[in-house]
Design a protein around this ligand. Structure first.
Ligand SMILES: [Zn+2]
Length: 250
């Protein structure tokens, strides 16, 4: 993405949800795909593509700032996007995101969560409600042991035992591993070790916003100094823009 794309993206996405912002990035990077196709990517597929766009835009090094939950020490770590990749297992590739599994005495057919599901559960008040809604959306069919189909599944809440939910969530995570990236962190100060989820969608959007603000202030300085138009400043190579900025601010 060039700077003009980043500025447009930030402007378009400013009042949108994080789910939509992630799709807007992909829509810019994959112009041949429709919004519906992008929405239907599993979360792992979406995040693998976001990682690729991030690599093309800002490179493979990620600088993460966090705080030790035990001693509150600020930590900065640098990691490579290459180490965050978890490709799906071979059998998940041609499945169209639809799978079945047997849990206790029911056979369940389900699909992997996608962006439409994330958007739907973002309005939920708590985790329980979100989990229930996600099941309602992603479980396609439930058959009992005699092969009798139970639909609509919302009538069969008793099937959603904690064990059922845990087993299904584990299976989904195995089939779409990129959807959940966990970082193993260690504090240099107190040696506390903990795990944190890494969400490429929000991380990348924040980076794009920071970058956009920096570009806008550069444009402001150059336009004020040389009376150039925004489009002409954006057309400069990064090296030339930097050079003119150095002179303007010397
Ligand atoms: Zn610590």
């Amino acid at each position: 993405m060039i700077d003009n794309d980043v500025l447009n993206l930030r402007e378009m996405g400013i009042h949108h949800s994080p789910v939509e912002q992630a799709l807007m990035i992909l829509s810019k990077a994959y112009p041949d795909m429709t919004w519906e196709q992008l929405e239907a990517l599993s979360i792992g597929e979406r995040d693998a593509r976001l990682l690729a766009v991030r690599e093309q835009t800002f490179g493979t090094t990620l600088n993460i700032f966090t705080t030790c939950p035990k001693c509150r020490q600020a930590l900065e770590l640098s990691l490579s996007t290459v180490n965050l990749r978890s490709p799906p297992p071979a059998e998940a590739k041609d499945s169209g995101h639809k799978f079945s599994m047997r849990i206790d005495d029911v056979k369940v057919r389900y699909r992997l969560p996608d962006s439409t599901d994330l958007e739907a559960i973002s309005a939920c008040m708590d985790l329980d409600q979100a989990r229930k809604l996600l099941l309602d959306r992603c479980v396609l069919e439930i058959h009992d042991i005699e092969g009798k189909s139970h639909q609509p599944i919302t009538k069969y809440e008793e099937i959603y035992s904690p064990d059922f939910v845990t087993a299904l969530a584990r299976q989904m995570a195995e089939q779409d591993p990129q959807a959940e990236v966990i970082l193993n962190l260690k504090c240099a100060e107190c040696e506390n070790e903990w795990q944190a989820l890494f969400d490429i969608a929000s991380f990348f959007w924040t980076e794009l916003e920071t970058h956009a603000k920096r570009v806008l202030s550069e444009i402001y300085i150059l336009a004020r100094t040389y009376h150039w138009r925004e489009q002409d400043i954006l057309a400069l190579t990064p090296a030339r823009r930097k050079w003119y900025l150095e002179i303007a601010t010397a």
